[in-house]
Design a protein around this ligand. Structure first.
Ligand SMILES: [Mg+2]
Length: 268
């Protein structure tokens, strides 16, 4: 069904210089769930016309679970796969150069940041604290004043306390002042933590891989970049790439809406 041999090379797709990128959760699949067969059929048909790719915040393993099967690697279903917003990337199934938070920041600056975080956390007075206050991830650091080991009930309790006392807001404001020269973005999300990552390392990060294509001997200058995503309002994780001047943004409600919009755009 998804045979690589029948897919035209990137520089021979009928709609020239065009790539279509998709968010994953609530755009190609329901949140954290598997893809429906009609979506895979549509993507396969679309791939006959244009280059296709996805860009998701999670890692490849999660996307393999949602989009692939034990027989079908997710990297064979798209021309471009951009897990972790493109910090890791695959082109026609082959990995491209990857990037990490520590690689970008360097050990010295990272150490200063973590020392400051831990000192600040040690001095906040909360009704209770648990463990795992700083979690190091490939593309970011996740910071939780109460600790990620908190139970669901403790998360609720911290969240109520945070709403009243603005613990995370004040923490972020302090970091913004202290580390102004590092070029970091702070994103408060979920109940108990916030993320710290280099400015620009949202979904726009993957566009540098798309732009690099034109320099390849068999590469394409993608002058038309469509993006479909569901969290396209300010504060949503699709907002930056959706509103970027390099893309044509499409806001979808859910995967069914993606099916309808892609059909209207490319198959009518
Ligand atoms: Mg989404």
């Amino acid at each position: 069904m998804q045979t690589a041999a029948v897919i035209p090379p990137l520089n021979e797709r009928p709609i020239k210089n065009t790539i279509v990128l998709f968010d994953v959760d609530e755009t190609l699949t329901k949140s954290r769930q598997g893809v429906k067969p009609e979506m895979l059929t549509l993507l396969s048909a679309l791939r006959q016309k244009v280059a296709i790719g996805y860009v998701g915040g999670s890692d490849l393993a999660k996307q393999q679970e949602q989009l692939g099967t034990s027989e079908i690697p997710v990297t064979s279903l798209f021309d471009f796969c951009f897990p972790e917003n493109g910090l890791t990337a695959f082109r026609l199934g082959v990995p491209l150069a990857s990037q990490s938070f520590i690689g970008w920041l360097g050990e010295e600056k990272y150490k200063k940041l973590v020392n400051f975080l831990l000192r600040y956390i040690s001095e906040i007075d909360l009704p209770f604290k648990r463990g795992t206050f700083v979690e190091f991830r490939n593309g970011m650091v996740n910071v939780s004043p109460v600790g990620r080991n908190a139970t669901n009930a403790e998360r609720d309790a911290f969240n109520a306390f945070d709403t009243e006392h603005k613990v995370r807001e004040k923490f972020v404001a302090t970091l913004q002042k202290e580390f102004v020269e590092l070029g970091l973005t702070y994103s408060i999300g979920g109940q108990i933590s916030f993320d710290v990552f280099p400015t620009g390392w949202d979904k726009r990060y993957c566009l540098q891989h798309v732009e690099a294509e034109k320099a390849r001997p068999d590469g394409v200058d993608y002058t038309t970049i469509h993006f479909f995503g569901d969290k396209t309002s300010p504060g949503g994780n699709d907002y930056e790439i959706y509103s970027d001047s390099r893309t044509i943004g499409h806001s979808v409600k859910d995967p069914d809406d993606t099916l309808a919009q892609v059909k209207a755009e490319f198959f009518s």
